[in-house]
Ligand binder design. Structure first.
Ligand SMILES: Cc1ncc(COP(=O)(O)O)c(C=O)c1O
Length: 425
């Protein structure tokens, strides 16, 4: 990685040496007032691949050309489209292709996975999760637990950061699991917390939860397409993610689910079923009695939206062309450069006005960096927005940003840090 310099020339040099520099050209960068924005919101909604429109058009042509026969005819019949998504995703998620199902959206999938993996039995009915998980996850726990007739206050055990700290210590997660091991049904965690950007040790949490006799799952909304994952190897039971953030599949894009293969043949596992999850060879016999596809696909319910599939594939094709390992290398370097530059920013003012709440340890973070603004937060955020930097504001006082390797540059990172430097002085 070498040592960094805080100059535009140095940032430009890094861009010139970047083996992935051409990939920015494959995305549409928002332009406001004739000026390309510095878009650091890949953690919220990834940018549009230039190929997305043509991908949609392909589906429309297939539809206009063949009608319903588009499922089976033409250059790209829809029937096996799913496989074209699971292959590239398997590298990003670290799973076997058959352990992945691309379906629905994230919150819907979380509920479906709860049906299969939250199985309260007697006193073993507790759920351990992170405090301040994304609201949808909290509502999912609350309503699911109520659905069983339980009191969420009794069932849901949240692990919080220690007093005066912003992130959760792994030892505290392990300790809580240990304390409740006799009554634990499920451990469910975010891969990366949406607010702090903290990346959790999925392998260690998985091991501890399973040792305690619980099932274990993860919400990977902020991790999929961002950080390396090895869900199969880590023996994770299940996980869900959305595809509109780092995976650039468009607003409200189709989500994804991972289910470890050991559950695929388990006839006893409860699930909510639909015809699209039915054994493919006999699906069209339309018979009574649900017979699932032997794989994560067996959790599908409905005929998928091929328009959504097409958008997802357009982005995954770019991941494939760039190479997941190369993307990881750039992600780390881009992020390291950001941290290096921001390390100098607080020194500029008389008092510290930014507290970085994302862990600086690279094992505990992905692309996102969250800055707790101790003073003048809104004013600085507004000034950045006015200057063409797209970052976001989370109440009460956090600015989040996430430069990503596919379309952001080192020069943008430098420009951002330089502007911030000027604003905190
Ligand atoms: C961590 C996390 N979980 C769940 C959700 C909800 O996702 P969806 O609206 O796609 O169901 C989000 C959305 O940003 C999220 O960041």
């Amino acid at each position: 990685m070498g040592s960094f310099e805080n100059t535009r020339t140095f940032a430009r040099q890094l861009d010139q040496q970047d083996p992935l520099k051409e990939f920015r050209q494959q995305f549409i960068i928002p332009v406001v007032g004739g000026k390309e924005q510095i878009y650091f919101l890949g953690n919220s909604l990834g940018l549009q691949p230039k190929t997305a429109e043509a991908a949609i058009k392909e589906i429309m042509l297939q539809w206009s050309g063949y009608g319903v026969e588009g499922f089976f005819k033409g250059d790209k019949p829809w029937m096996d489209y799913h496989d074209q998504l699971t292959q590239p995703l398997s590298k990003i998620i670290g799973a076997l292709p058959q352990e992945i199902s691309v379906m629905n959206q994230l919150t819907v999938n979380l509920h479906l996975m709860m049906v299969s993996f939250y199985q309260p039995r007697g006193k073993r009915n507790k759920i351990i999760c992170e405090a301040k998980a994304f609201p949808s996850d909290q509502y999912m726990f609350e309503t699911h637990v109520k659905h069983y007739g339980f009191d969420p206050q009794e069932i849901i055990i949240e692990v919080s950061p220690r007093k005066g700290e912003h992130t959760i210590r792994v030892e505290d997660i392990l300790q809580t699991i240990e304390e409740h091991k006799e009554e634990l049904a499920l451990v469910f965690w975010g891969g990366i917390n949406y607010y702090t950007g903290q990346l959790f040790d999925i392998k260690t949490i998985t091991h501890a939860a399973q040792k305690a006799g619980a099932k274990v799952g993860f919400d990977l909304a902020h991790a999929a397409g961002n950080v390396p994952l090895q869900l199969h190897q880590w023996n994770v039971d299940f996980a869900c993610w959305c595809s509109y953030k780092y995976l650039n599949a468009g607003p409200g894009a189709v989500g994804g689910v991972y289910i470890h293969e050991r559950f695929h043949q388990d006839a006893g596992i409860p699930r909510f079923a639909g015809w699209w999850g039915y054994d493919k060879a006999t699906r069209f016999k339309m018979e009574k009695g649900f017979k699932p596809i032997q794989g994560a696909e067996g959790w599908q319910l409905s005929t998928p939206s091929f328009l959504m599939y097409a958008l997802h594939k357009a982005s995954l094709d770019i991941f494939e062309a760039a190479g997941w390992d190369a993307l990881q290398r750039k992600q780390q370097q881009l992020n390291a450069y950001l941290w290096f530059l921001l390390g100098e920013v607080n020194k500029a003012g008389k008092e510290t006005i930014i507290e970085f709440i994302t862990p600086q340890n690279k094992e505990e973070r992905g692309s996102q960096l969250s800055m707790l603004m101790l003073q003048r937060g809104r004013e600085i955020f507004d000034a950045l927005s006015k200057a063409g930097v797209m970052v976001d504001w989370r109440e009460p006082n956090v600015i989040r940003l996430a430069p990503v390797p596919l379309y952001n540059t080192y020069e943008e990172v430098w420009q951002f840090a330089d502007m911030l430097h000027g604003l905190v002085k």
